[in-house]
Design a protein around this ligand. Structure first.
Ligand SMILES: CC(C)(COP(=O)(O)OP(=O)(O)OC[C@H]1O[C@@H](n2cnc3c(N)ncnc32)[C@H](O)[C@@H]1OP(=O)(O)O)[C@@H](O)C(=O)NCCC(=O)NCCS
Length: 347
């Protein structure tokens, strides 16, 4: 029997067919962290040939945060994790698994998740990293969800964290104005007072892997004097094509997630899109038939923080009161790979 008393069902729970016997994967706590240093568009005007007017009109970004030299992805992740634990009232010993989504891990190995485990004292937990670029947080949610619903684990920490300032080419005006640093975290648990994560769509298209990439540092192009001189340890992006693919993929993913739950867009209280570009968000919102007031936007403050983006936005939406118990949320993301994803959550 469902633990949630309902007279007429409000929606279909696609996971019900798996006979989870009332188990849910709820987000019991969220937290985020951004570094103190604010980098404004006016400052960027001094280092590359750009203008505040261009950046705001083409992207919506006004400023972004930049981590300190001695502040690493794992530090930001640990701050966000502690805040999520506080909200969920979870102790470090309770955490069974930590998943960190990032394209800027502290090191190629060990995983940033292991470093976070040590920093927050979650010594009992398993820990691994997941790489799906800007779609990483939804990928991590869906992976973490599997462990909760299968009863493998009771408490999973999912984190999106990035220090993109270390892979941005600060001489390239096409990309350097877009990105920032930060982290967001969520604790997943079975809390049958809500349906929690109803569904998550994940997608990828490796044929478009050359739209956003960083060639240097992997096994194909290890660090050499030449690779450094050739600036191959910086992110490269084909902006226009990425823009088109992002709009298309986010629309398709969101519609598929809503279709699975038989939820009309008008019933979504808060849409939390990947915060890459205001024009991408507006185009996706329009194609979905969403009203502007349904869409949560914070990219003017942080720019694109990749895997941390929707995690930070979710935390801010919850803590600003935009999201209340029982509300339906739609998260929708897009990133290098290409990768994309969408999730429907009953809060
Ligand atoms: C990058 C992006 C903002 C560029 O906007 P756009 O409207 O497509 O701009 P264009 O590529 O047409 O460039 C227009 C002109 O602005 C110039 N330009 C690019 N960056 C600039 C900057 N920071 N300041 C001033 N001019 C800039 C270009 O050089 C180009 O000049 P040209 O016409 O003389 O060649 C946009 O394509 C975008 O957001 N793409 C998706 C990026 C993204 O989301 N990536 C992450 C995915 S997870």
């Amino acid at each position: 029997m469902s633990p949630i008393p309902t007279t007429t069902p409000k929606f279909i729970n696609p996971r019900a067919k798996f006979n989870f016997q009332g188990r849910t994967c709820s987000i019991a706590g969220v937290g985020s962290y951004v570094p103190a240093r604010v980098l404004t568009n006016a400052e960027l005007e001094k280092s590359v040939n750009t203008s505040n007017e261009w950046i705001v009109s083409r992207t919506g970004i006004k400023e972004r945060r930049i981590a300190a030299k001695d502040e690493f992805t794992s530090d930001m992740a640990a701050h966000a994790a502690r805040r999520a634990m506080e909200m969920a009232r979870v102790t470090p010993e309770q955490i069974d698994l930590i998943i960190v989504a990032s394209i800027t891990p502290d090191m190629p190995f060990p995983s940033t998740a292991c470093l976070v485990q040590q920093k927050i004292g979650a010594h009992r937990s398993a820990a691994f990293d997941l790489e799906a670029a800007c779609a990483g947080f939804i990928y991590a949610l869906e992976v973490g969800q599997q462990f909760i619903m299968s009863r493998t684990y009771d408490t999973v920490m999912v984190i999106g964290a990035e220090k993109l300032s270390t892979i941005v080419d600060w001489q390239d005006r096409n990309t350097c104005v877009l990105f920032g640093d930060g982290a967001g975290a969520a604790i997943l648990q079975n809390r049958p007072n809500s349906h929690g994560l109803l569904t998550a769509v994940m997608g990828a298209d490796g044929r478009k892997s050359d739209l956003i990439f960083m060639a240097g540092g992997g096994s194909r192009c290890p660090a050499t004097a030449d690779s450094i001189a050739g600036r191959r340890h910086y992110l490269k992006m084909e902006g226009k094509e990425t823009f088109k693919s992002a709009v298309q993929a986010m629309q398709t993913a969101a519609q598929e997630a809503l279709r699975r739950c038989q939820i009309d867009i008008s019933r979504i209280k808060c849409i939390i899109p990947h915060q890459a570009n205001r024009r991408i968000i507006d185009a996706v919102g329009e194609r979905l038939g969403a009203k502007p007031e349904q869409i949560f936007i914070n990219l003017h403050k942080y720019g694109n923080t990749s895997a941390a983006s929707v995690a930070i936005a979710l935390d801010e939406a919850v803590h600003s009161g935009r999201v209340q118990a029982g509300d339906l949320l739609l998260l929708v993301v897009f990133g290098a790979g290409l990768t994309w994803g969408a999730a429907v959550i009953e809060w």
